[in-house]
Design a protein around this ligand. Structure first.
Ligand SMILES: [Zn+2]
Length: 147
């Protein structure tokens, strides 16, 4: 890792600790030449492809995921709640060691998480995700919640 200040090629790690509740590692580095210090963050790369319903495959995009949850839940959740939700989703996918998920699987994980969090947001999400043609399916989902 090159020094941010003088571009010298050797920096040593002087401290290393978990950050962001263990989701990343913060390393404190010191340049061996100019002795300035800076931090780097190491994060696991979620190397994931998403198979969409039409069969096409695209790379997982966190911002896109956040946006779709935001739209689907229609302002029911705060921005930071959406981010937490998406990070839970990522954590779950990571724990399963998957390299490819279908958009359907993602939708289902989000639905499960929302169900415990906010029922109205959940129903909105379900209606967008499943694309209800009639009110029948929607009523069925409401029934499931009230059980
Ligand atoms: Zn330096």
């Amino acid at each position: 890792m090159r020094c941010l200040y003088c571009n010298f090629e050797d920096t040593k790690v002087i401290d290393s600790r978990d950050a962001d509740e263990g989701r990343s590692i913060r390393r404190r580095r010191e340049c061996e030449k100019c002795h300035k210090r800076f931090s780097t963050y190491e994060q696991a790369d979620l190397n994931l492809s998403v198979e969409k319903r039409d069969g096409s495959i695209e790379e997982y995009d966190k911002q896109k995921m956040i946006k779709s949850v935001r739209i689907a839940t229609n302002k029911r959740l705060k921005e930071e709640e959406i981010v937490v939700l998406v990070e839970q989703l990522e954590g779950q996918i990571r724990a399963d060691h998957k390299e490819k998920v279908t958009s359907r699987e993602i939708g289902e994980i989000i639905m499960k998480a929302l169900k415990n969090k906010d029922e109205v947001a959940y129903l909105r999400y379900v209606s967008v995700f499943k694309g209800f043609g009639s009110g029948k399916r929607f009523v069925k989902e409401v029934d499931k919640i009230s059980e």
